[in-house]
Design a protein around this ligand. Structure first.
Ligand code: FAD
Length: 463
């Protein structure tokens, strides 16, 4: 008689929660236990900025799978329970729930412990011993609730980091009537997803809405009676310092994978510090899987190891680990495309594949095109700018960026092209849907390909 499979999952974020669901779909009889140190079952972190803006009325609306859901699926969910140790020899997970110690044997283990905020070296930040009111990171639902509680008494918000989360937070706090300043160490905003020539028009459009300091570092905070009053920033080129009036500081400078348990168990970590996993989401240790922000995977185009940090990828990894841990067979695509999108201050952006800074100049050529979402003769068309990068060697599409109307949908087409290694020559012939009130005869998606294909053909002829 087959023994019952015993699946244990550490972490009930998007990765762990999804793994639990797909493990259950794969094996109806397996024992599945999820340990979560926090107070909530699986919720959407991506929605946190919109709880803060008030667009989503309650923070608990973000809970995607409730405790009842887990009960009905016969998955044991233990909230407020921290896994302290994994005994890999005897295959037992040791956890604490308040004062209670729990030992849970496993036949398959899924580590989905996520990540914690990376905080740059800013002097006088709060520590465990030294409280400063008004300083926050945004990673959890509790963080969002704390920011909301603080908002009523605050006027001057400063955000350190102009990545996607920093920009989304800037918009949300601006929409709540706050005076917003953003400080970014790099010369541009959203540098992981857009080239400078694509992000510059956005920066220009934001001039009358927020104060933006690119090429500046946050160096220290001032406080009075335990409350933040100013952030000091330093110009990266001149070293000149200035103080920004601040009563709410949000640090949005990325994350570090949470790998302590995995490392102690002996899982191999990669160059990025994330747990190395393969296409089946397996770690270097048999029967132990890794999922989500605690892992590293490779980039489909550059083949480099990267921390992905995108919910869309985490969920796919969760599906893979859940199915495989439960005896099924499923594989991830051979690399991540980093397809992503965001919207702030009424501007939609999206991107897929590496940006120019992640590609060798000798390897790629690119081009841009700005068109309209509707035919020129239909009033109400919205501008859309697209840029694509192709491989000089064979003309295959490597990356694409879009700013404007339906950017995400257009980028999804590009994701399909990259995954299937389409050349710009074949993509420019893509037949897109046309009707005057909906879309133009030739979509920007193919018009940008025309620009780059012609450039590529000229280059080939001149060789
Ligand atoms: C504000 C914000 C906005 C975002 N927006 C987007 C977006 O628009 N699009 C997108 O694709 N991605 C977005 N992301 C990224 C996405 O949300 C994350 O990639 C994803 O949620 C990570 O899921 P995870 O399960 O790997 O990690 P987490 O959600 O961090 O889950 C890990 C869980 O493990 C638990 N845990 C850790 N250690 C232990 C332990 N020892 N014992 C028990 N439990 C433990 C933690 O409490 C945590 O709940 C956003 C993230 C944030 C913070």
């Amino acid at each position: 008689m087959n023994q019952q499979r015993n699946i244990v999952i550490i972490g009930c974020g998007a990765g762990g929660g999804t793994a639990a669901q797909f493990a259950r779909k794969t094996d109806r009889k397996a024992s599945i236990t999820v340990f979560e140190q926090g107070a909530y079952p699986q919720y959407s972190k991506c929605g946190l900025p919109y709880v803060i803006s008030g667009r989503i009325p309650n923070s608990t609306d973000l809970i995607e799978f409730s405790e009842e859901w887990f009960n009905k699926a016969a998955i044991t969910l233990m909230l407020h329970t921290t896994v302290e140790e994994i005994d890999g020899v005897n295959k037992v997970v040791k956890a604490n729930q308040g004062n209670k110690s729990i030992e849970q044997p496993y036949s398959s283990l899924i580590i989905a412990t996520g990540a914690h905020p990376s905080v740059p070296p800013i002097r006088h930040l709060p520590t465990e011993k030294h409280e400063v009111e008004g300083v926050f990171c945004l990673r959890t639902l509790d963080d969002a609730n704390r920011i909301i509680d603080a908002l009523t008494k605050k006027t001057y918000a400063t955000i350190v980091g102009a990545g996607l989360i920093g920009m989304e937070m800037a918009d949300c706090l601006h929409s709540r009537g706050m005076k917003v300043t953003i400080v970014e160490a790099l010369p541009q905003i959203v540098s992981t997803v857009l080239d400078k020539d694509m992000s510059q028009p956005i920066q220009d459009a934001l001039k009358d809405k927020i104060d933006l300091f690119t090429n500046h570092f946050a160096t220290s905070i001032d406080q009075q009676k335990g409350k933040i009053t100013h952030l000091t920033i330093s110009n990266g080129e001149t070293g000149e310092e200035q103080k920004i009036k601040t009563d709410l500081l949000i640090i949005a400078t990325g994350t570090t994978p949470e790998t302590v348990l995995a490392e102690r168990l002996g899982c191999t970590l990669g160059k990025t510090g994330g747990i190395k996993i393969n296409e089946k989401a397996e770690t270097s240790i048999p029967d132990v899987y890794g999922v989500g922000d605690c892992t590293e995977y490779h980039d489909f185009v550059t083949k480099r190891s990267i921390l992905t940090g995108l919910g869309s990828i985490v969920v796919r990894q969760g599906i893979t680990a859940g199915i495989n841990a439960a005896g099924g067979s499923y594989t991830l695509p051979p690399g991540v495309l980093l397809t992503s999108t965001s919207e702030f201050f009424g501007m939609e952006i999206a991107s897929v594949g590496p940006t120019s800074q992640h590609l060798d100049d000798a390897q790629s050529i690119g081009g841009k095109f700005t068109g309209s979402s509707l035919p020129e003769y239909v009033p109400g068309g919205k501008p859309i700018t697209m840029k694509i990068l192709i491989d000089k060697k064979d003309g295959c599409v490597l990356g694409a960026q879009a700013v404007g109307s339906n950017a995400a949908l257009r980028i999804n087409t590009m994701a399909c092209a990259i995954l299937n290694r389409m050349t710009v020559e074949s993509l420019r012939k893509l037949e897109t849907a046309y009707a005057p009130p909906i879309a133009p005869t030739l979509d920007v998606t193919t018009l940008v390909c025309d620009v780059v294909a012609m450039k590529y053909n000229r280059m080939k002829r001149s060789l």
